[in-house]
Design a protein around this ligand. Structure first.
Ligand SMILES: [Zn+2]
Length: 332
């Protein structure tokens, strides 16, 4: 299946909302996580949504976010051609300062299926303005736009109570109406964004209230959950019933990558790291006065890479089960 755009992604979200499942939005920066995801999603016949933050794009481009996005997106698009599932790419957490010079070419070159504009740190009216501008950019290309509403409008930073870090249902209606966003990321007590570091109670009832208000206003939208790494399976399922159709996952893969690499290299330390006092030269591949040589069967990056891919594949399949997207591909 070739890489797919906003109109096809909208169909997946529509089905997800009607049937009560969600897509995990899987962050990646490098090939091993991506290849593990492709393996998992094809095995489970789920459409695959990957996402790239501005920071990830910058990393992949050696400091140039647009170059990095081009490289990552073409990698995804090339793999997608061989896959029997729908494959989508979301630009994740694009902050207002990154829009210019990044989002317009990404849309024009077909590098993404959707864009998430994160102006949730701004006051409500400015968030609306910044989000609306991206909606207008995306429309001609059919790309979807996700906005984020993090706090009740008009609250001053220093005097904000915990209540201020939850999305107000009436604000949600006003925000969707004024911006025209296709998806809405809501703050319902996960450890994320402006609420990061606060111990908030997860409010499934609030997600339900937001969904109900949007429906009443004729503005039903898939809701998006950010900062979902610490939630239990039961909490995630309750949120899906409350209208959440996209669940962001980044931390899980970062941890799997580091843990898998750490276990592998610590377990094979003596074959990769010279003993103290042995001065091994990586250019001549010799250590004066020592017979020690590193083991190529272990230090070839593909060896640990395959283990990372397997770890990601396994856990990604568990998360597919959690959100119920397995067997639901529209694009086999
Ligand atoms: Zn967010």
């Amino acid at each position: 299946m070739p890489f797919l755009g906003g109109p096809e992604l909208a169909k997946v979200y529509k089905k997800a909302k009607a049937e009560g499942f969600a897509l995990i939005a899987n962050n990646f920066t490098e090939p091993n996580v991506l290849l593990g995801l492709f393996a998992a999603y094809q095995a489970r016949k789920s459409d695959l949504l990957v996402q790239v933050t501005g920071g990830a794009a910058k990393f992949a481009g050696g400091g140039n976010a647009l170059a990095g996005l081009r490289a990552l997106s073409r990698y995804v698009q090339t793999l997608a051609k061989e896959a029997k599932i729908g494959v989508f790419l979301n630009l994740d957490h694009v902050t207002p300062d990154l829009v210019e010079g990044f989002v317009p070419p990404a849309l024009a070159e077909g590098l993404c299926s959707s864009v998430m504009i994160d102006a949730s740190e701004l006051p409500f009216e400015e968030n609306v303005k910044a989000t609306r501008a991206v909606v207008e950019m995306a429309r001609p290309y059919g790309a979807l736009v996700e906005g984020e509403l993090g706090r009740i409008k008009g609250v001053e930073d220093e005097v904000a109570s915990d209540e201020a870090f939850y999305t107000d249902p009436n604000d949600a209606v006003e925000f969707v109406d004024q911006t025209g966003v296709d998806l809405l990321a809501v703050a319902v007590g996960t450890e994320h964004g402006v609420s990061s570091g606060r111990e908030l109670k997860l409010r499934v009832d609030l997600a339900q209230a937001i969904d109900a208000k949007l429906r009443q206003a004729g503005l039903e939208r898939p809701l998006v959950l950010h900062g979902a790494s610490g939630l239990s399976g039961d909490q995630v399922r309750a949120l899906l019933r409350a209208g959440v159709c996209k669940v962001n996952k980044d931390t899980t893969y970062q941890f799997l990558y580091a843990r898998t690499a750490a276990e592998f290299y610590l377990g094979n330390r003596a074959s990769v790291v010279p003993a103290p006092g042995v001065a091994f030269d990586p250019v001549t591949f010799e250590a004066p006065g020592s017979q020690w040589k590193p083991d190529k069967k272990l230090f070839d990056p593909r060896v640990v890479g395959r283990k990372i891919q397997e770890a990601v594949n396994l856990v990604a399949q568990q998360m597919i089960d959690q959100v119920g997207s397995g067997g639901k591909t529209l694009y086999a």
